[in-house]
Design a protein around this ligand. Structure first.
Ligand code: NDP
Length: 325
């Protein structure tokens, strides 16, 4: 028997509860994992509160990521005792997810946990941190080097933003953090931000072309913020966009792209190929300082997830919520 969060369909929409399940309840899959830690990502907040209709079948165990130990496997790559991490693939949306004592999944979705990380650290990183690393890799692959100039990170105090700042600064970039929480400046500076800017300077409609500043950008916010970031990006600069905390709209003009050679590059973590995932996790093991990671963590029990799921949508969470399963 193990505990899980279960979301049921109701007349009013959906409702989340804590349930006790056993192995016979688990869905189809060729690997069963004993989950040690999961997290509450922005998407989990959306799924658990039902803020948008993300869940595609009911009942659903939410949790878009988990880290744990393989208990049983019919998959050639995995055997009992292997330490694994899972991010995305529709887990927690279409297939039962990580906010449970056990998960049964397709072994193709799993990544071997680097020796550098405990399962707790893996979930302190979670999908937010892994997506942040995919963004850093995108900037690198499209040619942004530390000497090229400043890199802005928006949604800086959030999960993606925090990990992006820590990794970029370790790699030698000068990182400017955009935040709505100036009181958190010490936290962001300790992660490696060289300068903090008020997110309100980016949040409203702005001129289509603005003074050139950024050699690169990691945007987790979307909407006017992303448009203004593109309008301030230097000739040939790269903007990696992965999030929508402000909104899904993109009220932009073409000018930065066709007059300044700016590249706007979308980053998805959910369906990323396995090779990209393995590269991101191994680079996190190399480029993320464990002490900085520790400073991002707020740890909660499975029982605390439902009451605190709305916090992340209201921008009240700093860094990462780790769930002890
Ligand atoms: P968090 O909630 O932890 O962080 C989001 C941050 O954005 C907040 O901490 C806040 O930072 C800022 N923010 C919140 N609301 C607003 C607003 N209205 N206007 C401007 N800024 C705002 O979420 P995550 O870091 O986990 O995720 C960030 C985004 O990235 C989400 O939209 C998420 O869905 C997306 N994402 C996408 C992935 C993909 O595969 N494409 C993978 C992972 C995440 P501050 O207080 O510092 O301003």
């Amino acid at each position: 028997m193990f505990k899980a969060i279960v979301i049921d369909k109701t007349d009013a929409g959906q409702a989340a509860r804590i349930a006790t399940l056993d192995d016979g309840d688990l869905p189809e899959g060729n690997v069963t994992v004993r989950v040690e830690y999961s997290t509450v990502n922005f998407k989990d907040g959306l799924a658990i509160t039902g803020a948008i209709p993300l869940i595609q079948s009911f009942p659903m165990v939410p949790g878009i990521d988990f880290a744990g130990v393989v208990e049983a496997s019919d998959h050639p790559d995995w055997k009992a005792g292997d330490r694994v991490v899972l991010n995305g693939w529709g887990v927690g949306e279409r297939h039962w997810g990580g906010l449970a004592g056990k998960a049964r999944v397709n072994g193709d979705w799993l990544v071997r946990l680097p020796d550098a990380f405990t399962t707790r650290q893996a979930m302190a990183i979670g999908t937010a941190g892994y997506a942040a690393m995919l963004c850093v890799l995108r900037l690198e692959k499209l040619g942004v080097k530390p000497g090229d100039g400043e890199v802005i990170v928006t949604g800086a105090s959030g999960g993606v933003g925090s990990v992006a700042i820590a990794v970029l600064s370790k790699l030698g970039y000068r990182v400017v953090a955009s935040t709505g929480r100036p009181e958190g400046a010490n936290y962001l500076k300790a992660l490696g931000a060289a300068e903090i800017i008020d997110r309100n300077t980016l949040a409203e409609p702005g001129a289509p072309m603005q003074a050139e500043r950024w050699a690169g950008a990691i945007d987790t916010v979307g909407s006017h913020t992303l448009v203004n970031v593109c309008a301030q990006t230097r000739y040939g600069g790269i903007v990696a966009a992965t999030g929508l905390a402000q909104g899904i709209d993109l009220p932009a003009t073409l000018y930065p792209f066709i007059l300044r050679n700016v590249t706007l590059s979308g980053v998805d973590s959910v369906m990323a190929p396995r090779a990209d995932r393995e590269e991101a996790w191994s680079r996190l093991a190399r480029d993320l300082d464990p002490a900085k990671l520790e400073s991002m963590i707020r740890e909660i029990a499975l029982e605390d997830v439902i009451p605190s799921a709305g916090d992340i949508l209201q921008g009240k969470v700093r860094g990462r919520i780790v769930v002890t399963v």
